[in-house]
Each structure stands twice: as C-alpha cells, then as structure tokens.
Design a protein around this ligand. Sequence first.
Ligand code: ME8
Length: 676
Amino acid sequence: MSKKFYITTPIYYVNARPHIGHAYTTIACDAVARRQRMLGADTHFLTGTDEHGQKIERAAQAAGKTPQEFTDEVSAQFRALWDRMGITYDDYIRTTEERHKKRVQELFRRIRDNGHIYRGTYTGQYCVFDELYVDAVGPGAPCSECGRPTETVKEENYFFKLSTFADRLFNLYTQHPDFIRPETRRNEVMSFVRGGLRDLSISRSTFSWGIPVPDDPKHVIYVWLDALANYITAIGYGSSHKGAQEAFQRYWPADLQMIGKEIVRFHCVYWPAFLMAAELPMPKSIMAHGWLLFEESKMSKSRGNIVRTETILDVLGADALRYFLLREVVFGQDGSFSFDALVQRYNADLANGLGNLASRTLTMITRYFRGEVPYPSAAVSQKAGDSAIAESARKVIAECNSLFEQYQFSRALEMAWGLVAAVDKYIVENEPWALGEKQDEESRSRLATILYTSAEALRIVTALAHPVIPDATAKIWAQLGLGDIRKFPLSDLKWGQLELGAKLGNVEPVFPRADKSAIERMQKMEEQHRSTPSATETPSAAAQPVAPLVAPQTAAVPAVKPTTPPPDGKISIEDFAKVELRVGQVKAAEKVKGADKLLRLEVDLGTEVRQVVAGIAESYSPELLIGRKVVIVANLAPRKLRGLESNGMIVAASPEGGKAVLAGFLEDVPVGTRLK
Ligand code: ME8
C-alpha cells in the first residue's frame, strides 16, 4: 500500500467571514497536499469550521440569527471560498455535525473512564475572544494572549488533570524535536510547560451552544476540546462503523498539522495531553506559521484591517495570491501584505518571469519547428551554456525538494525562479530569434538545442511549482504537450525527460501583465466593501450597525407621539432614543496645538470616519488610543473647538478630581453597532 499523508488546517471560527489570513494557512496546506499527491502518497487533507462556544453564540445573537442558522451560513461561505480557489480538501468537518458531536462525546467518555477528569468549581477570568481560561485577577483584567478585558466566571465544571501530564509532554518535545516547528515555538512551549501546568476546566455550564457532556447534559464540552477533537473525529475516531474505524487506523496520526502561531498552546500542550489521556498516538508534526500583517498589525476582523480573498481572486486570480503568500512570507515568520507588493511580485515573477519564459519558448518552437519539440543537436555543436542550464536544473530539483520537505516555501520558490532567470539570460545571450532567420544546418541545430534546453528547464520549473500555482502550471504543462500535470510522478523528475518530437498544445499566455489600475481596483473594491458590506457578506454584522430592536431609528423618533412626561425628572424611552450612541474605533489621534487638554481624533463609525475633538489629553496619550473602540454620541450637532470642527462626543467617566476613563466593552463589539 502507498505511503499515507494526513494534513490538517485549523478549523476556522465562524464568527466572521474568511479573510486572506485564513486563506494563507489553507493555501500552504493545499500546496503540501498537492505535492504529496504528486509524490504518490495516499493524501488526506482536512479543513472545516469551529462552530460552538460563547463567542459564536454571541456573534449569532448580534446578527439576529439562531446559532445554527448563523453557523450554516458562515461555514458555507468558507467552503464556497475554498471551492472557488480550487482548494483540494478531501473532507470538510463542521463541529455542529452529528458525526463530530457523537465522537467527541466518545472521546470525553474515554478520557473520563481513564481517570483524567474530575468535578470542581472554576472561579476566575475567561477570555471569550480566545475562548481561553486566563490566569489573571479581577473583573476586566486583560487577557494574557490578546489584551482584551476578561470576564469573571464562577461555574461548576469538569476538570482535566492537565497538571499530571507535564513530564510526559516534556519528554515528547525533547524526544521528537519535529513535534513542534519552528524551533522558536518549540522553545516557547517548553518554557511554558516547565513553568508548571494547572488542571484545565473542560466544560461550561452557563450557556448551552456546545456539545453536551455525556451523562450530564447541563454542561457543554469546552469549545477547545470539542474543536481539537475534529482532527480525529473527521477520520472516524469513536465511530462504530467499520469503514470509519479503518480510515482512522489508516490516517491517524496526522503527518502535519498546520496552525497560526497564536494557537500553539492549544495544539502543542492541550491537544497532545488529551491524546495521551485517551491513549492515542501523537501527531508527527505541528507547524506554526507567523501572522499576515496589514497596515502593521495582525490582520483580523476585530481590528477591522482585513483584506478579502475575493478581491484578489477577481483581479489577479488564485495563483497570484498563492504564489505571493508562499514566496513573499518566510514561512514561520510574520509577513506584511500590501496590494503594491502583490502586484509587483505578480508582474516580476509570474507575468515577466515564468509566463514570459513559457510564451517566448513555446512560441518560438511553434514558429521555427512547427510546434514539435526539437532534437538537441549533436555534442559537437553544444556549448557550455547548454550544459550549465542542465546542471543548474539538476541542482534546483534536489534543493527545491528538500526545501519543500522542510516547508520553506519561499526559499524553494526562490531556487526555482533562479532557474527561470538563468534560462532568460541564456535565451538573451544566445539570440534564438536571430538563428531562426537562418536556414543553414549549424544555425538550425543551435536553435534546436537552445529551444530544447529552454523548454526542458521550463518543464522542470513547471513541475516543481505546480503545488503552489496549480492552474497556470497545468496550462503550461498542457501547452508543452504533456497532458495532465497532476498525474506526473514528481519523485521521478529529472533532466532530459521532455519527449522529443512531441506536439505542443495551443500556446496561450498564462499571466497577463497587471498595470497600475489593478492596485487601484483592488483598493477601491476593499474600500467599497468596508463602507457598504452586504448582509450576507458580513454575517457577524461586523462592520454594520445593528438595527435597534427596542427604539426606532433616530430619524423616526419625531413621528412617535410624545407620551406624558414621566415624573421625577426621568426621561422616556423615546427621549433616550434621540441620543444616537455608537461604537467607533480610533483610527488616528494627535494633540491639539496650544491646548493641553484636547486631542484630535479620527473615529471610524463603520459607515464614515469622523473628526472628534475630545478633552482627554491628560488621561490618554494619542498612541494609546489608536485601534481602541470607544462609544460616540453620533448625532450631536457639530461644534468648533480651537478652530477644529468636532462631530460627536466620546463617552467617558469623569470622576471628581480624577482622570477621564473612556467607556468600553468587555467583549468584542463590531464598529458601528448602536448602543440602546
Ligand atoms: O483560532 N495571519 O480559529 P480562527 C496568518 N477556531 N494566519 C491567520 C491570520 C493572520 N492574520 N488570521 C487567521 C481559531 N489566520 C480556532 C482554531 S483548531 C482546532 C481551532 C489563520 O478563525 C491561522 O491559521 O481564529 C490561525 O491559526 C487561524 O487562521 C485562526 O483562525
């Protein structure tokens, strides 16, 4: 039986629609899976969505939907995007599926029967954003991972005896250095475990959107235990069906679990401990990559600095995004995304690089040899440059393979494109177009050698690059007259396999050059999306003001008949509804010249960015405010302060004689949401 290769992405939260951060991990896994298939491995590639827990329950509420409706919708969006991008996943797991729920309960039972679970009371802080128990003290204390305010939880819970696994985990890390990659992450995890482990609460009882604990349905299973288990439930763990059991035996343990660096602790500490408790084998390797940054911070929905994948697909196509992400970002480190850099790479490496090499080589073979791969000339008329290309191609094959094995995509691609550059130079130096004008035998024979050498190098780069840019390479392969590239056994790749006399397919350009307007178009599409997101596109209502449920919109207020004024100076609900309070996010902040107390802020309200002048300079330095979510009185008449127009007011507590404290939220709230 052939070697197997089981690879997984994290399962993504469905609180917001996918962005290119999610696409990054999925693309990297897809490239690895495609390469494994080309190497002949029985490959199983799993992705899916993480749909339970408090964060999702709240996002559904904010969108005015039931959790099931909401998760159905967003999970389908992730899947549709992967399909549009041609991601070759073999299975797509949703944690709300029956198969998963039953099998997670089975896992819980097994861990409990093995004596690793007990009942206790948890009192402490919880970060809903990370779905993480945090060792912090006091209501609102910041989360150790994301800095957001935590919530105090006091619950009867089931606990997992994590503390008893510290030694076994430590042995795992030392005996299997590849278990956590790269090295920096491994060191972090080892020092975390060395610091001592506390038992972990693995159930919640104050909300119900989760999988019930077996025999005690008042509790739901902690969302991270539920989510991590997907890697085994999807391939059949805990099932009584023979086929599922066989699949589990075949594919587990996973060969590669790819994650982003922020979820290392869950995957490298909790996950192996759960598996040990259930007496299951460990995954072979967990690879944590860095973050995609946009405008200098981690791209994430809550920061509002995301780039949608669809924009890039519309303008440049999936191959462009795949190539850019894997070439530009050193895998394992953080990397910045910008439209400028994307288009620059696309033009330099794809349009002018591989695309140009393919079209000039294949066009000349068509023109000078009636579209048939020419025979390289006899050794006598060979030149040193010809064999130098062959030699460099041999080196590239060996090194590219070894770099891909280590998931060093960017260096592997750099190597392969080194060959593209070498062949370009070789063509320029040998001027085949000049030889093409001559009919003497020697010129024809040189021309044949040059074009054969170029086409063979092109074939090699195309095969090596296929896992990364599958669409374009499939086209070039067919243009070379070689049929279906997916069937090519990559482990056999070597110099000299191009079939002599083979007929080329139809030669067409694969990467049209992108001009400046491509950048503007993509930027415009993103801006438009930010200002007018459609309901289905932002199911979490992330950038949308939520329609008031109790009070009508301000504009409708005057139409409401005034009721008798309530006694004791109280105001009616209609009076309150006149005040339009909204969540804003500070985009820019600076001191106002000549005014010690004033700051000039630019605040994003989801639909517009407002200038607000606020008297909080003595309490907050401008840098502290950027990115912070604040409450704005949005319908206050404009007024001028120190010559600057202020459009709205920021809500803050102003204790007697103390400093102003801005109103904020313990949970994450979408920009533009109305307070009522
Ligand atoms: O953490 N740069 O889901 P999630 C790079 N449901 N990668 C990014 C990224 C960015 N800016 N943003 C997201 C969860 N990612 C859990 C996982 S697994 C059992 C449960 C990618 O929707 C990266 O892979 O927050 C990261 O780890 C993952 O998406 C987080 O997705």
